[in-house]
Design a binder for this molecule. Structure first.
Ligand code: KIV
Ligand code: ZN
Length: 386
C-alpha cells in the first residue's frame, strides 16, 4: 500500500503572520470551511493565547468545522497550553501543537535557557497537553540549526512523554534540500521512537527553497508536510500548499505517496485566501498564478491546441480552473488566431481570415495583449460571444 502523507495547513496561523494580514473570526471560519472542503488533514486554526480574537476564532473553527483535525499553537508553558485547550475542547478532533526552540542561538538569546531546561520544559509541556488530548504535536523551533545530538534527545523526550507528531521546522529557511532531506533521514535513523509517530516538516521560504526542502523531506520519510495556501507566512512565507500537493500528485512516480486533498478545490481556495488576506498572487506563481495555464508564444499555442500535454504537465481542470488560456499577443501565430476566430463564432473565407491575421500582427506589435474586442474591431462587426 502507498504511504499517505498528511497535509497540515497553517494558513490561519503561520499564514496569518504574513506582515499586513489580520483575519477576523468570520473570515477565518470561511477559510477553514473551504480548507475542510479541500480535504486537508489538519487545519492549524491559530494561536489562542495571542489575542482574544484569535481565541474566539480557534474556538469557532473547532466547534463548527468537521472533518480535519483542528490544531492550535501553544508555547511550551502551561498558560499557553491551557488556553489552547479551552479554545479546542469542543472540537471533534483537537490537536495541541506545542513548541520550544532548540538551536543554540535561540536558547541563548531568546529563551535564555540551558539545553537541560529546554528538555525539561518540553517534557512538561507535552505531558500537560497530553492530559487534555491524545493528539499532541511537538515542534523544535529552528531545528535545522540545532545540534543534532541535542535534537535527538529532545525528540526522544517528547515522544516518551506522549507526543504523537514530531515536527522538524526549518524556521528561518536556511537549509538546502540535500541537507534537509539528510536531517530527516538521520533523525529517523537515530531516534527509534520516531517510527511510532507522524514525522512532520515545516519549511520557510527565505531562500526560496521551502517547497524543495519539504519534498526532499518526504523523499526521506516525512509523513506530514506543513504548508500554507499561496505560500503565506512569516517573512518570505511557508511552503506553498498548492505546490506541495501538485508536486506530490503530478510526480507520484518520484515521491510514491498519496495525499487526501481534493485538488479541484485548490484554485478556489487560493482565490478566497487572496481576497480575504489582501495578498495579491504574482501572475507567474506556480499552480495558481494567472499565467500558470496561459500560453503566449505561437509555438506553444500551436502545440497545446494540437495536444495539451505538449506544454501542460497537469490540467487546469485538476486544480479547479475551467480551462487554460491562449493569450493573443505578438508571439502568437495563425493557429491560435484562427482558433480564437472559431471560438468567437466567425466562419469566414480563408483569404479574409489571412487579411485579418495581418492586421492582428500589426496591432499585436503595439499592444501587450490583443483582446476579443480588438479582434471584433479588426473584423469590423459586432459578434455575440460564446
Ligand atoms: O517556523 C516555525 O518554527 C514555527 C513553529 C511554531 C512550528 O512556525
Ligand atoms: Zn513557521
Amino acid at each position: 500500500m502507498t504511504k499517505r502523507v498528511w497535509i497540515f495547513d497553517t494558513t490561519l496561523r503561520d499564514g496569518e503572520q504574513t506582515p499586513g494580514v489580520a483575519l477576523n473570526a468570520r473570515e477565518k471560519l470561511e477559510i477553514a470551511r473551504q480548507l475542510a472542503k479541500m480535504k486537508v488533514d489538519v487545519i492549524e486554526a491559530g494561536f489562542p493565547v495571542a489575542s482574544k480574537g484569535d481565541f474566539e476564532a480557534v474556538k469557532g473553527i473547532a466547534e463548527n468545522v468537521k472533518g480535519p483535525v483542528i490544531a492550535a499553537l501553544a508555547r511550551a508553558n502551561f498558560r499557553d497550553i491551557d488556553t489552547a485547550w479551552e479554545a479546542l475542547k469542543n472540537g471533534e478532533n483537537p490537536r495541541i501543537h506545542t513548541f520550544i526552540a532548540s538551536s543554540p542561538i535561540h536558547m541563548k538569546y531568546k529563551l535564555k535557557m540551558t539545553p537541560e531546561q529546554v528538555l525539561e520544559a518540553a517534557a512538561e509541556a507535552v505531558k500537560r497537553a497530553k492530559s487534555y488530548t491524545s493528539d499532541v504535536e511537538f515542534s523544535a523551533e529552528d531545528a535545522s540549526r540545532s545540534d543534532l545530538e541535542f535534537l535527538c534527545r529532545l525528540f526522544s523526550t517528547a515522544v516518551k512523554n506522549g507526543a504523537t507528531v514530531i515536527n522538524i521546522p526549518d524556521t528561518v529557511g536556511y537549509s538546502t534540500p540535500e541537507e534537509f532531506g539528510e536531517l530527516v533521514r538521520v533523525l529517523r535513523e537515530r531516534v527509534p521512537e520516531l517510527n511510532n509517530v507522524i514525522v512532520s516538516v515545516h519549511c520557510h521560504d527565505d531562500l526560496g527553497m521551502a517547497v524543495a526542502n519539504s519534498l526532499a523531506a518526504v523523499k526521506n520519510g516525512a509523513t506530514q508536510v506543513e504548508c500554507a495556501v499561496n505560500g503565506l507566512g512569516e517573512r518570505a512565507g511557508n511552503a506553498a500548499l498548492e505546490e506541495i500537493v501538485m508536486a506530490l500528485v503530478t510526480r507520484k512516480d518520484v515521491y510514491k505517496v498519496d495525499v487526501g486533498v481534493d485538488t479541484r478545490q485548490i484554485y478556489r481556495t487560493s482565490k478566497l485566501v487572496s481576497s480575504l488576506t489582501g495578498i495579491y498572487i504574482q501572475p507567474n506563481k506556480a499552480i495558481v498564478g494567472a499565467n500558470a495555464f496561459a500560453h503566449e508564444s505561437g509555438i506553444h499555442q500551436h502545440g497545446v491546441l494540437a495536444e495539451r500535454s505538449t506544454y501542460e504537465i497537469m490540467t487546469p481542470e485538476s486544480i479547479g480552473l475551467p480551462s487554460n488560456r491562449i493569450v493573443l499577443g505578438k508571439h502568437s501565430g495563425r493557429h491560435a488566431f484562427f482558433h480564437r476566430l472559431k471560438e468567437l463564432g466567425y466562419d469566414i473565407p480563408e483569404e479574409e481570415a489571412l487579411k485579418a491575421f495581418e492586421k492582428f500582427k500589426d496591432l499585436a506589435d503595439k499592444k501587450k495583449e490583443v483582446t476579443d474586442e480588438d479582434i471584433e474591431a479588426i473584423l469590423g462587426e459586432q459578434v455575440v460571444k460564446i
